[in-house]
Design a protein around this ligand. Structure first.
Ligand code: FEO
Length: 392
């Protein structure tokens, strides 16, 4: 396995995880990459490492360029183990390497994982000269952990952005000019929604901190490297971090005997009548992380559950728990569901949505057993009226 040269003296030396299908609850149907970067200068520098288990792949790629024992500097932009997992192993090879990480949180987090390996904490604006090149460190806390920072390198003007601008997208192509670009954008959106979304304010600050940098290349720690499409990915991040809405409405439900499903379709008709683009997700078939990616920019969300043993269905509770943890912008919501006798689930869903910063458009909607055509028409009319009122 060989390194991939990005420009003279700068190489991708990471690992491709074709088999990754779950990243702490996030379904990664396209796998991922763990991107590490090697800079050959007076001080040989490694930016981040890779997940434990991929050390051999990284070492082979580094060895295709230089003797790994010659590494002088390791920059750890983020302590999460998908990027720091091979730090102890590379330090056994590069015995004289000095590790730079964010002052405070970076040192604390790396120490918690690996003990004291002799970390040097760097603060905002600190610089490190590695020869012809200079590294500048910019803290980006909560994008995606408290310790995150990015590293900007001159004179090539490369931003090593770690989790920011990344995608869980395994590919043999490394650059945005070579890869399936629409897929890269889909995966960048899904990544933002499932990893970064709750930290929109912090992402906005990070974008502001990087705004003055004359970035020519963005090297994230997952997925493809941005070279020709930097304005596009920056604009997307600005829009997502700003919590901007589109004209979609998401309807998420589970169903036992198709009654709650019929209610979902009645709500769909109400959204359609208001000029919105509804998207339906039956939790039998759809993964939470895919729904979250689509829901991110929707202003309206309806969540339905039949009542099962006095509760909402576990699949709906799972979705709402996941949604609560990732809530970004405020949404307008509808809780609904069918029931036989207890009928508690719409109230429970309503309460859970309130805990997700949602503002209810309607009181919880419940229909016993099988909805009649009249009940469904009434529901459509109520949704239409409530949405129209909310748009005025
Ligand atoms: Fe890719 Fe927060 O680690």
């Amino acid at each position: 396995m060989k390194a991939m040269q990005i420009c003279e003296g700068v190489y991708w030396v990471g690992a491709i995880d074709w088999n990754l299908r779950n990243f702490h609850g996030y379904e990664t149907e396209k796998g991922s990459t763990y991107n590490a970067y090697l800079i050959v200068d007076e001080k040989i520098t490694l930016i981040d490492t890779v997940k434990e288990g991929f050390f051999g792949e990284m070492l082979e790629r580094i060895s295709s360029v230089i003797d790994p024992a010659k590494i002088d500097v390791i920059v750890s932009n983020h302590a999460e183990p998908d990027h720091s997992g091979c730090l102890p192993q590379i330090l056994q090879v590069a015995k004289n390497a000095k590790v730079y990480t964010a002052f405070g949180a970076g040192v604390k987090d790396l120490s918690a994982y690996y003990g004291d390996l002799g970390y040097t904490g760097v603060k905002a604006g600190e610089q490190l000269c590695i020869g012809k090149r200079t590294l500048s460190f910019v803290p980006t806390p909560m994008v995606h952990w408290p310790d995150n920072m990015v590293t900007f390198m001159t004179p090539e003007n490369i931003l090593f952005s770690n989790d920011a601008f990344g995608q869980h997208y395994a590919s043999d192509e490394r650059l945005d000019t070579e890869c399936d670009l629409p897929e890269a954008y889909i995966q960048a959106r899904k990544y933002y929604a499932n990893i970064v979304q709750p930290y929109g304010m912090q992402t906005g600050k990070a974008l502001a901190a990087c705004a003055g940098l004359p970035i020519r290349t963005i090297c994230p720690s997952h997925g493809i490297i941005w070279t020709q499409h930097i304005p596009d990915i920056l604009a997307l991040y600005k829009s997502w971090a700003g919590g901007e809405y589109d004209d979609t409405a998401v309807i998420v439900f589970d169903t036992m005997w198709h009654s709650t499903e019929a209610m979902a379709h009645a709500i769909e008709s109400g959204f359609l009548a208001c000029g919105l683009k509804p998207r339906l997700y039956n939790l039998h078939y759809c993964h939470n992380s895919d729904i979250i990616a689509d829901a991110m920019t929707a202003k309206y969300i309806a969540v339905g559950s039949p009542t099962l043993n006095n509760n909402m269905m576990p699949s709906v509770a799972s979705f709402l728990t996941y949604f609560r943890g990732l809530t970004g912008n405020k949404k307008k919501s509808i809780a609904f569901g069918s029931y036989g006798w207890g009928g508690q689930s719409p109230d429970q869903v309503h309460e859970a949505l309130a805990g997700c910063k949602c503002e209810a458009l309607l009181p919880p909607v419940r229909i016993a057993y099988k909805p009649t055509a009249e009940q469904l028409e009434k529901l459509t009319a109520e949704v239409t009226e409530a949405v129209k009122n909310s748009q005025n």
